[in-house]
Design a protein around this ligand. Sequence first.
Ligand code: ZN
Length: 385
Amino acid sequence: MPFSDFYKRTITVTRIFGIPIRCDYRWFVVFFLSVWLIAMNLARGGMWVGQVKLLPVSITAAWILGVITTIGLFLSVLGHELSHALMGRAEGIEIEEIVLHPFGGLARLRNEPESPRAEFRIAVAGPAASFLFSLISFVLMLPTMLAGYTAAGGVLLLLCAGNLLLAVFNLFPGYPLDGGRVLRAILWRRTGDMKQATRLAGMCGMLIAAILIIFGVYMVIAPSFRSYLMGFWSVLVGLFLFDAAYRQVKDVRGRVQYIVKEAMSAPFAVEPDLLISQLIDSVLPMHRQVAFPVALNQRLHGILSLEDLKTLPRERWHLTKARDVMRPIAPRFFVEPSAKLDYARELMKRNGIGSVAVVGKNGELVGFLQSGRFKRKKRSNRAAS
Ligand SMILES: [Zn+2]
């Protein structure tokens, strides 16, 4: 396995409200770096957070506080993303996963919001949660400090500042930041043109990213600043954002919408009266598919998923027909040849069988699609632009 792939592989840490929380290995590096940075600063003679100076503590205490604060910041990012995800779910969008990466997190939605209003709500939910966490930390901090628990107060102060930063930074109006999504929602609503709105929000994102990079370089070389770590971090975040924003802009410009007809394979159907024993003995060795359309005279009756056969005892194979175990035809099991491939992909992800039948205007079976196995026919008649 190449090194880069190892780093890209995500592991599922836990599930919250049924949403898988994943992170990749780079994230552990950042976790350690954060603990180390906070611990070193605290031990070395106090740490400035805004106008407040945290008193220096012993080295052991510094490490413990570093771990607690980092976990707190990690939970803050998670809470921010979870807020996006739950708002998305409230808007009727399924949530694929939440990924924590070195530069924060990402709530991956199964599909794009369908209206500017939904987009706006989902985008705003994250920073709103961060503002709330910041406020809670602040409210808890005051009595903690006054009671003399300065270490605990210090942790709360860092969480207050961290969450505030998370909220404010994310509201910068450029894609892929939340502010960029808000901007996109507003432009989309004003003009009704989602593509144009996406492009503009992406370009604003590229501009913000460029400013971050320039600012980062300035922090490293300017004699008055000389803040290497902050500078490098700023450059890294800038590059990361630039890449995402650029891809968004490019995506809108050059996106080719494939249709089902261009990707489907010729249908291989089994007859409703085919015995399962025959299917296993003679059909399966020849046709390695996870599901088969069940059709008679080109008319689709249902879909037979091998997954459904797992519960069927072996001794019943020669008594059971395809029609007995197939899933009867339903809208989620077929598409028209002219449907968009993206739509078919969504359907395959959600219908539980990882495939869809392609049915023509007169109800005849004309093709079959299995997820991950598309025939990409070249569009030779498409002029290059
Ligand atoms: Zn966010």
